[in-house]
Write a protein that binds this ligand. Structure first.
Ligand code: GDP
Length: 302
């Protein structure tokens, strides 16, 4: 199974999948448009959450960082006048140092993640969407903000006028990503933010054309009229999309075969281009993630 992932909803599904199928059967293509450099090292929020989930060390109370991590280095830096803007755990920082070293020694991001995956004892395949740098930019009435500044430092409060991905026109999907998407396996777009997690992957040259030829399933991250978490609703609204599962389906309808939305949505979706089913998509515990993963696995093989 091939998954397209951001950093919260799809990792929950991955946590469920690893309980029912061998990791070797899983390939995850991950958004890198919110990657950034912090204190000299490259931070890949979505890739790291996927790696930590597959390694079984994710802090799944918040879906970022390593469980039971401490923040002493971050606090120490702050006390001597260096505020990093985002909270980095001590062990998590170790991951960034390793990635930084691998990249400084000449590896591409794809090669570095493959190496790190092996060192974490992960047997699933984890692929950054691109080796080139892409940055999510949020336009607000007062200023132009990077995604982390908007979401982490300012807690998503400013009004959003527009969202763009700097570097996306020059960035290419990697050959590994294209090969995975052309492998003939079912592609699952997990319940991730359709604008800033899945959007950058779909915006890369050639991706939508490949998806049109594949069997593609998508899961809605919107339940009722709000996302389960994160800024997806605010971003969809800013781009003139309805904040609902219908609005999510509109983002994907050019290439979708099956759409799954939550049983809590108080309406049925009829669509001429793809099959639509309802399910309990709320993965509030490891057990519920397993139950939903079983359903996704079953429908991906039918
Ligand atoms: P992020 O935007 O980088 O935090 O990461 P993602 O894009 O992967 O995840 C955010 C999306 O996941 C949000 O739009 C949430 O609504 C969605 N989400 C989180 N947990 C769940 C869940 O249990 N079920 C469903 N259906 N969606 C979820």
């Amino acid at each position: 199974m091939i998954l397209l992932s951001g950093g919260t909803g799809t990792p929950k599904l991955i946590q469920g999948l690893v309980q029912i199928i061998p990791q070797e059967e899983i390939t995850v293509i991950v958004n890198t448009a919110d990657d950034l450099w912090v204190s000299g090292n490259p931070v890949s929020p979505d890739l790291d959450t996927v790696l930590y989930t597959l390694a079984g060390i994710i802090d799944d109370s918040k879906w970022w960082g390593i469980k039971d991590d401490t923040f002493r280095t971050h606090e120490h830096l702050k006390s001597i006048g260096h505020d990093e803007g985002m909270l980095l755990g001590d062990l998590d920082r170790g991951t960034h140092i390793l990635r930084g070293e691998l990249i400084r020694n000449g590896m591409s991001l794809t090669a570095a993640i493959s190496e790190m995956r092996a060192r974490f004892g992960i047997s699933a395949t984890v692929l950054p969407m691109s080796n080139s740098s892409v940055s999510t930019i949020v336009e607000t009435p007062d200023e132009t903000l990077g995604f982390q500044k908007f979401w982490v430092e300012l807690k998503g409060r400013p009004e959003v006028l527009d969202i763009r991905f700097d570097g996306i026109d020059e960035a290419k999907p990697t050959p590994e990503v294209i090969n995975a998407l052309e492998s003939g396996e079912t592609i699952v777009i997990g319940p991730s933010n359709p604008i800033t997690s899945i959007g950058p992957i779909l915006a890369l040259e050639g991706i939508k054309e490949v998806l049109k030829k594949a069997h593609v399933i998508a899961i809605s991250p919107i339940v009722g009229n709000e996302p389960v978490s994160g800024p997806a609703g605010k971003f969809m609204r800013a781009l003139g999309l309805e904040v609902s599962s219908r609005g999510v389906l509109d983002c994907y309808k050019d290439f979708l075969d099956l759409f799954i939305h939550d049983i809590r949505d108080g309406y049925e979706i009829e669509d001429k281009t793809c099959r639509v089913i309802k399910a309990d998509t709320m993965m509030t515990t490891c057990e519920r993630a397993k139950a939903f993963a079983e359903l996704v696995y079953e429908v991906s093989h039918n």
